[in-house]
Design a protein around this ligand. Structure first.
Ligand code: PEP
Length: 257
């Protein structure tokens, strides 16, 4: 069954003390509202910095439906890659998801579609669910090539996967012009792109698989606009940056699912 998901990408924010306070507050709130953790088809995911991954996994382990993601992983299993973290290490730290292809990784760290395809493979091999990010820049939208851009990102990094592996992926549509800018896509723009992505999935993998994959929206999503964005039939939740750093705001977004 397709899951409704809110994932908080903390980026390079939060010390472990700050993170602990936030996670404890959110899981306490979840437990108060839903006695036995989240309903079956709901997921809340924290994506903290690596330094807090293991502790975060322990903190959420008793709360049904709450999971942990790493923000990145390397494509190699191990080796001489100073400063990098492997999928094996992430899994061993207790995480179940990993964000791959975030626009900041693509632009600041020059990660291309081929490299991201390798990361996706390594993540899946190590039983991590990729949260695969795609999305166009402002220039690409203005040039009206946003559908081609997103299609190419998916074709080159994700659509080599066989049926049983694509099923373990979550897709996040994050228009780059909306990330951290306060400018969210309109509900119509989000739905239009999500429906386009689902249609690509259907053409490649068939109806059953395409309707089972969660497609999240990301880009200046907050407690104010989450409900209307998530109200679209192909928007299954959100990947949240800035607004995931405050427990009350993050909880408002969760309650908009
Ligand atoms: C993100 O970085 O994934 C993101 C969606 O950021 P923000 O919510 O701050 O725009």
């Amino acid at each position: 069954m397709r899951k409704k998901i809110v994932a908080g990408n903390w980026k390079m924010n939060m010390t472990s003390d700050e993170g602990r306070r936030l996670v404890k507050s959110v899981i306490m709130d979840i437990k108060e509202r839903f006695s036995n953790g989240l309903p079956e088809d709901y997921r809340v995911i924290f994506a903290p910095p690596f330094t807090f991954l293991e502790e975060c996994s322990k903190l959420v382990s008793n709360t049904k439906g709450v999971y942990v993601a790493a923000q990145n992983c390397h494509s190699a299993e191990k080796g001489a890659f100073t400063g990098e973290i492997s999928a094996v290490m992430i899994k061993a730290a207790g995480a179940d998801y990993v964000i791959i292809g975030h626009s900041e990784r693509r632009t600041i760290f020059a990660e291309n579609n081929a490299f991201l395809a390798q990361k996706v493979n390594t993540a899946i091999k190590n039983n991590l669910h990729p949260i695969f990010c795609c999305g166009e820049s402002l220039k690409e939208r203005e040039e009206n090539i946003h559908f081609n851009v997103v299609e190419t990102q998916l074709q080159e990094s994700l659509f080599h996967l066989p049926d049983h592996q694509i099923k373990s992926c979550v897709i996040a549509y994050e228009p780059v012009w909306a990330i951290g800018t306060g400018l969210n896509a309109s509900p119509e723009q989000a739905q239009e792109m999500h429906a386009f992505i689902r249609n690509l999935l259907m053409k490649k993998y068939g109806k059953a698989i395409s309707s089972d994959i969660s497609i999240l929206y990301g880009g200046s999503c907050n407690g104010e606009n989450a409900r209307v964005l998530f109200g679209n039939s192909d928007v299954d939740g959100g990947l949240i940056g800035g607004a995931s750093l405050k427990a009350v705001e993050f909880m408002r977004i969760i309650m908009s699912l």
